[in-house]
Write a protein that binds this ligand. Structure first.
Ligand SMILES: NC(=O)c1ccc[n+]([C@@H]2O[C@H](COP(=O)([O-])OP(=O)(O)OC[C@H]3O[C@@H](n4cnc5c(N)ncnc54)[C@H](OP(=O)(O)O)[C@@H]3O)[C@@H](O)[C@H]2O)c1
Length: 208
């Protein structure tokens, strides 16, 4: 058995979340039983949808509950395994973030090999934000070469990937972002055709 730490929701935040909306709690994690796996989290993602879960109202995902540990996308490594499908050192993806260690029966774990990619990329470009950008742009948006694609929040996790996939597909890409620094990154690093700082451009339609 070991002592682990996890973040619990203390109360629903008013406005911007503050540290006292959360509690850092020490918990005891027992040794894994037959069929179980002990996982140590090494990376977790804090995503915009989590703000919606910090409200006590109905939505497409359940609200977080005060007094309970938070959840969210995370990458961990197997420490001890009593489950034949997992071995120590394996990388696993789960939704059991906001805690250092946890026990699982394996059904909520997805094992993966990072290859030559950093493991945390599986929370970003190779994970939910990357898939959101790809499915939104290609499967739903059906972006085609020669079309002009406008991406708002273009330097964010999803927008940055959507912008670059659109360029790869041969589109003309125009993005908006909230600072000159972000707009410069979009033009100079991400390689899109034009970027607008929506905070300083004046009338957005004219800028477009
Ligand atoms: N449905 C799904 O499966 C799914 C999956 C992933 C993400 N999403 C949604 O996609 C959006 C982007 O997610 P993300 O992971 O890319 O988030 P992110 O990396 O946190 O980026 C969000 C960006 O939004 C911009 N922003 C903030 N306030 C804004 C405002 N008032 N007007 C315009 N832009 C504003 C900020 O950039 P600036 O400084 O440039 O304004 C920020 O960088 C979120 O709404 C998220 O919930 C949905």
């Amino acid at each position: 058995m070991l002592t682990s730490r996890e973040i619990h929701l203390a109360k629903y935040p008013e406005g911007i979340p503050e540290p006292d909306d959360f509690d850092l709690v020490e918990v005891t994690v027992p040794d894994p039983d037959i069929g179980e796996v002990l996982v140590k989290n090494i990376w977790m993602s804090v995503d915009p949808y989590m703000r919606g879960r910090l409200r006590d109202r109905k939505s497409y995902v359940e609200p977080f509950k005060p007094g309970h540990v938070l959840t969210g996308g995370t990458i961990g490594r197997v420490v001890v395994s009593e489950n034949p499908n997992f071995s120590p050192g394996m990388y696993v993806q789960s939704n059991l973030g906001w805690r250092e260690h946890f026990l699982s029966d394996g059904t909520d774990l997805q094992a993966f090999q990072p290859g030559n990619m950093p493991p945390q990329a599986f929370l970003g470009i190779l994970g939910m934000p990357g898939m959101t950008a790809y499915i939104g742009l290609i499967t739903i948006g059906e972006a085609k070469a020669g079309e002009t694609v406008f991406v708002s929040a273009a330097s964010g996790a999803v927008g940055g990937v959507a912008s670059q996939i659109a360029k790869i597909k041969g589109c003309r890409v125009v993005g908006s972002a909230g600072s000159d620094h972000k707009a410069a990154w979009l033009r100079d690093e991400a390689g899109i055709d034009a970027a607008i700082n929506y905070k300083t451009c004046g009338d957005l339609e004219t800028a477009l």
